[in-house]
Write a protein that binds this ligand. Structure first.
Ligand code: P6P
Length: 338
């Protein structure tokens, strides 16, 4: 972004989306802005790292409560406290909470449901590797009076917005409201989100894959065969060399793929035959799949489009293959002829 380019803020972008494409009603815009502000607060807390721990040990409570709270629990509280009073939400659900979080009676209820993984990849925080927040927005069902878990169990195709923040060298917010994918970079001096990438598009082909290769002995045969073919490089059936990256932060791996293509995989494996995979459908796979598809990519569980999956429980897991469209279609073929 050149220095004198007109800076477009998140608010201006959302207002113009509503004016031009009618895709962001006022209540949804306000909800997204609240989530974005919460991500700023989380970014600040994450950025303190050990310094935040030092502050707490002097007996001074930090800004969010006891400093010994793990950052993922702290991030969860930041999102809950930021979102419960605004009047946009009927309820929230989080990876950190077993049950849904209704809006307290003292606040008005709104028409949206918010789901989030408050701090994804948090095992990386201790080694200063990028982590992030993932969020998904659904409409509350017509006529709903008291929110229940069942109200959240909507296929990912019903999402009205999804996004993630990456707390890395830069703090970025990637967002879709169903009209493409845009990236906003946090201007730390001004405290504002600035549009830095418009209408992100994932290259349809790739030479880069992301999978935790230490699980290879547990993969089912189709995945073993597929990865083996990638590793054979240009002398093998794919006729080209591939590179591998695995950050163990879905937000960081997906952000790389959004920018330069790739395929991200967390397949089901023999470690837990009755579990379809590690990642959660509602607040990891669905929002990321919405974003990836809106950027021209594809997202499947190996046999079905992830956004078409009818959820059966709030914390259910799913196998994930997402990224460059042609590569995702290629790997899906392996599962069909398992
Ligand atoms: P593994 C982080 O815990 C996470 O949910 C995703 O962000 C990441 O892609 C995956 O799990 C990493 O899993 O088994 O490699 O540690």
């Amino acid at each position: 972004m050149t220095a004198n380019a007109k800076r477009i803020s998140l608010t201006q972008y959302l207002v113009e989306e509503q004016r031009l494409h009618n895709t962001v009603p006022g209540e949804l815009r306000l909800l997204i802005e609240v989530v974005a502000r919460a991500c700023k607060t989380i970014s600040h807390a994450v950025g303190k790292g050990a310094l935040g721990e030092v502050l707490g040990s002097a007996g001074i409570e930090n800004v969010q409560g006891e400093v010994q709270k793990k950052l993922d629990v702290l991030s969860n509280e930041i999102l809950l406290e930021a979102n419960e009073w605004g009047g946009h939400l009927a309820a929230m659900a989080s990876e950190e909470m077993e049950t849904i979080h209704p809006i307290p009676n003292r606040y008005p209820m709104g028409e949206y449901l918010l789901l989030f993984d408050p701090l994804d990849g948090s095992s990386n925080i201790d080694v200063n590797v990028s982590i992030g927040t993932i969020f998904s927005v659904l409409k509350a069902p017509e006529g709903m009076v008291t929110p229940t878990e069942e109200d959240f169990l909507q296929p990912g195709a019903k999402q009205v917005a999804a996004g993630y923040a990456v707390y890395g060298p830069q703090t970025v917010l990637v967002l879709t409201t169903g009209d493409g994918v845009n990236c906003f970079t946090l201007d730390r001096e001004m405290g504002s989100w600035v549009l830095t990438q418009r209408n992100m598009q994932i290259p349809v082909d790739t030479k880069e894959y992301a999978i935790n290769a230490s699980n290879a002995r547990h993969w089912y045969p189709p995945v073993q065969r597929y990865i083996n073919e990638l590793q054979q490089g240009k002398t093998g059936p794919r006729g080209k060399d591939f590179n591998m990256r695995w950050i163990a932060s879905m937000v960081a791996d997906v952000h790389r793929i959004l920018n330069r293509g790739g395929i991200f995989m967390y397949p089901a494996d023999a470690r837990e035959p009755n579990k379809p995979g590690k990642l959660r459908l509602m607040y990891e796979a669905n929002p990321m799949s919405f974003i990836v598809e809106q950027a021209g990519g594809a997202a499947t569980n190996g046999t079905q489009r992830i956004l078409d999956i009818q959820p059966e429980s709030l914390h259910q897991r799913v196998a994930v293959f997402l990224g460059s469209k042609n590569e995702v279609e290629h790997v899906t073929g392996y599962h069909r002829d398992a």
